[in-house]
Design a binder for this molecule. Sequence first.
Ligand code: ATP
Ligand code: MG
Length: 229
Amino acid sequence: MNKPLIQIADLCKSFATPGGEVRVLRDVAFSINAGERVAVVGASGAGKTTLMHILGGLDRPSSGQVLFEGASLFDSRGPALDAFRNRTIGFVFQFHQLLPEFSALENVMMPLLIGGMKRAAAAEIAVELLQQVGLEHRLSHKPGALSGGEQQRVAIARALVRKPRLLLADEPTGNLDSRTADGIYQLLDSMHERHGLTMIVVTHSMALDGKLDRVIELEDGALANDSLN
Ligand SMILES: Nc1ncnc2c1ncn2[C@@H]1O[C@H](COP(=O)(O)OP(=O)(O)OP(=O)(O)O)[C@@H](O)[C@H]1O
Ligand SMILES: [Mg+2]
């Protein structure tokens, strides 16, 4: 459990805008071990989402390193990077990004189908996940016919359906009442216990509740604090 899963060093990200260059991440460095549960906190605009996208290989840093099990994440590109991501990482985006034309069930099945699984087998696993997030009665609803918290739960089920090694979740329980959120924490706990799931979660509530092992704080794009919970 003590091997580094992710190591980042000297990580910088800037965006070119009409008003000039915006520096969003400044020399961020940390190492996260397999099985660790990490909260990422910081004020709005601190760079949390930008960091998560880079950790998941969805966006490239301007400079610096991202190593996944010692290998540079951005050495692979295109389909190879997509395949790695699909196999290894589950994402819960800040704005869930469900596919609007597909039902809750189909949205959750999608990563399995992309991975080559047959429809019937994929449906069986997806139903089980949707049951675990309390949505067995909403399988055929499309995202537009689901509440905000229900959409968030579909997104969580989709992120976990392939039993990823790493979960990257951006405010996954932001729209949920405390009881529903507790159910999600239990699901994450059991994934952690059963499969050693590593979690990096942008969240104030789970950090405050002590649901995670470690808290990394960003302030204006720089690492301001990194401590055990
Ligand atoms: N594509 C972009 N072009 C220019 N600036 C950007 C871009 N993406 C993000 N930013 C800026 O980078 C900063 C960090 O954005 P980011 O989305 O990472 O913040 P955050 O910590 O996730 O905030 P929140 O808590 O509000 O979600 C913000 O000031 C944002 O305006
Ligand atoms: Mg954000």
